[in-house]
Write a protein that binds this ligand. Structure first.
Ligand code: GLP
Length: 637
């Protein structure tokens, strides 16, 4: 795959392609793999593929399966080596990579069983070292890996080569990073169940592959991708150790590429067309970069930072400063549903209709409060008709300990000598027994999932009560794709779309708050966003959609910078503390923070920090100094 770097890619040390979508990227990589197999077949050679697990490559595997079925692509002459495997899981364990690969690819193609190689997670400690050496030897004996497929973890790991893995590392037993274990916690129903060790090919093993293709989707990966591509290579970020490889390509979607300089700060690397959006981004960046309020920026500073032509076109600095300052100022509003009797020509939301019908779509109970607890409270106080709809029950994210506690409580109630709660004893006993007897690994039964879902309902009700929203304004959709599915492998069906459409028809909202537009397509929030899009495409939505604005909230894994914000809702110290107490009600979600940065261990600490941080940034820009800010982006359907 050849490609001449443009000036915009001058900071990139790894060739990176930005695709329109993950599917588009996967079609291209599948084409490449098909080409490789056909060329080798014609020459009578085997093709050796290195494969990866995780949600990222699933779409690629679906393309390969399609090519096998529809085009007769054969894998008879292919040999595969997988990157890694958890240590201590049997092959049949639902989360073993052996099982994953069989479910996602191997069962659906004609790859011979003896051509499949994965590290063996069932070996005793004493046998692992020799088995790793044998794995390496086998790869070598077969002539090395022709093409290695890779995902990237949020620590920047490849395979299970966590930070600290050296460039020369080989196949070995490794200890998993706490962020990696946390990322896997939902697959294993709680971090406690996630294995502590894994066997992985080393960075050196991966670098030996003749071609390396790393795939990444969604905003949560944007930071590590940019570091791997642009920062000097270091053991602290194993994916960056791919720099200098003869034939490595990163295939990204726009969200995963969004932190690359060419996407984030293009004026630093080449000429740009100064659209209002880019001008705003550049000036906000300049102000934060120089730690100077927008109104104090001077012409020389524009010139020294790749923004001279902005001044030529639209300058001097004084003019541009005022314009951008006003734009950013106009994103701030204490009236997220519009201010009824005020001039709204410079406000993010229209004054009328008032009150508005507001629909908040929360993928799981808790996403709403974390992202927009303060805004919700204001919407309610300001008299809007707010409905919060929880699209899924969220029961997969409830640790066993919480369900056990609830079952104990029920049991105790049922034994109450005044007869309170009698009749529920069987249910409670059965849930407790199932949790105890099914071992750490079997899937939850419907009963256990039901109880876990109910727990999250209770938490959501308690949280929104703090924010002033009564229980009857809450809707629990328990969409079937989630009830039947598992994380990273959700499949939506017609019943899911129908349920979302019915809700929209019923509410006919003037405002929708939703998330997931820039998320990894297999993530829960992206699946939920996709459902909304499908529902909006229905002709029935036409009548009210014209009069509806859609506001996006960001996930905690990649909060927005000021220049990305269209509506900034400030929170007073009192509002922030109410939001914090609301968030505390999501007890089953403790310890689920998406990143461990700055000692924020809990989701609510992370949300609080992000809201405070955004307020500080607005302050640095020279705007009002608020306690905290929640942020939204306008989305046009
Ligand atoms: C695990 C795997 C990696 C994978 C990573 C990201 O750590 N060992 O190979 O790249 O998860 O997973 P996902 O693609 O689901 O984001």
């Amino acid at each position: 795959m050849t490609h001449d770097p443009t000036e915009f890619e001058q900071r990139e040390r790894i060739k990176s392609f930005i695709h329109g979508s993950a599917d588009e990227a996967c079609r291209l990589i599948a084409d490449e793999i098909r080409g490789l197999i056909r060329t080798n077949d014609a020459a009578g050679r085997k093709t050796v593929l290195g494969l990866a697990t995780g949600s990222t490559p699933v779409r690629l595997y679906q393309q390969l399966i399609r090519m096998h079925r529809e085009e007769g692509l054969s894998f008879r002459n292919v040999i595969t080596f997988n990157l890694d495997e958890y240590q201590g899981l049997s092959r049949e364990h639902p989360e073993s990579y052996w099982r994953f690969m069989h479910d996602q690819l191997f069962r659906h193609i004609d790859l011979p069983a003896e051509a499949i190689n994965l590290p063996d997670g069932t070996l005793a400690r004493g046998e692992i070292f020799a088995a790793c050496a044998a794995y390496e030897a086998k790869i070598k004996a077969l002539g090395g890996i022709d093409l290695q497929v890779l995902g990237i973890g949020r620590t920047g790991h490849i395979g299970f080569n966590e930070p600290g893995s050296g460039r020369e590392s080989r196949t070995r037993l490794v200890t998993l990073d706490s962020l990696t274990r946390r990322d896997a916690a939902r697959d294993f129903r709680g971090e406690l169940n996630v294995p502590r060790y894994a066997i992985t090919m080393g960075v050196g093993t991966i670098r030996d592959a003749r071609r390396v293709r790393l795939l990444a989707w969604g905003a949560a990966k944007a930071g590590v991708v940019a570091q791997a591509v642009e920062a000097a290579p270091s053991d602290a970020l194993p994916a960056g150790l791919l720099q200098g490889h003869d034939d490595v390509v990163f295939h990204l979607d726009a969200a995963a590429a969004s932190e690359l300089t060419r996407a984030r700060l293009p004026w630093l690397v080449g000429p740009v067309t100064w659209t209002p959006a880019i001008a705003r981004r550049a000036v906000v960046w300049l102000s934060l970069h120089l730690q100077k309020p927008i109104l104090k920026l001077v012409d020389e500073e524009y010139g020294e930072n790749g923004m001279a032509d902005l001044l030529t076109e639209q300058g001097p600095a004084y003019e541009v400063n005022i314009r951008i300052f006003n734009q950013v100022q106009h994103t701030i509003t204490g009236w997220p549903g519009g201010k009824p009797t005020a001039d709204d020509s410079h406000r993010p939301e229209r004054a009328t209709p008032f009150p508005k019908r507001v629909l908040v779509l929360s993928p799981e109970p808790s996403d709403d409060t974390l992202a927009m607890g303060g805004t919700l409270r204001r919407l309610v106080k300001q008299g809007h008709a707010v409905t919060v709809a929880y699209l899924t029950s969220g029961n997969l994210a409830v640790p066993d300990e919480d369900a056990e506690m609830a079952a104990d409580l029920m049991l105790e109630l049922s034994q109450d000598d005044r007869g309170i709660g009698a009749g529920k004893a069987d249910f409670a006993r059965s849930v407790r027994e199932q949790i105890l007897s099914r071992g750490a690994f079997a899937a939850d039964s419907d009963e256990v999932r039901r109880l876990k879902g109910l727990l999250r309902r209770g938490e959501a009700r308690a949280a929104l009560r703090v924010l002033g929203l009564p229980a009857e304004r809450l809707r629990f959709l328990d969409l079937p794709f989630y009830e039947k599915g598992k994380y990273r492998q959700f499949r939506i069906g017609p019943a899911d779309v129908t349920a979302v459409s019915a809700l929209l028809d019923e509410v006919q909202p003037h405002q929708i708050f939703v998330t997931g537009q820039a998320a990894d397509p297999s993530s829960l929030s992206a699946v939920c966003f996709g459902l909304l899009r499908q529902a909006l495409a229905s002709p029935r939505a036409e009548s009210w959609l014209r009069d509806c604005r859609i506001w996006l909230f960001a996930g905690t894994d990649r909060p927005w910078e000021p220049a990305e914000v269209d509506m900034a809702v400030p929170l007073s110290p009192h509002e922030l503390s109410e939001k914090i107490s609301a968030m505390h009600h999501h007890k089953s979600q403790r310890g689920q923070a998406a990143a461990l940065a700055h000692g924020t261990n809990e989701l609510w600490q992370q949300a609080e920090r992000q809201n405070r941080r955004l307020a500080e940034l607005y302050d640095h820009l020279g705007l009002a100094n608020y306690e905290a800010i929640e942020a939204f982006q306008r989305w046009n359907a």
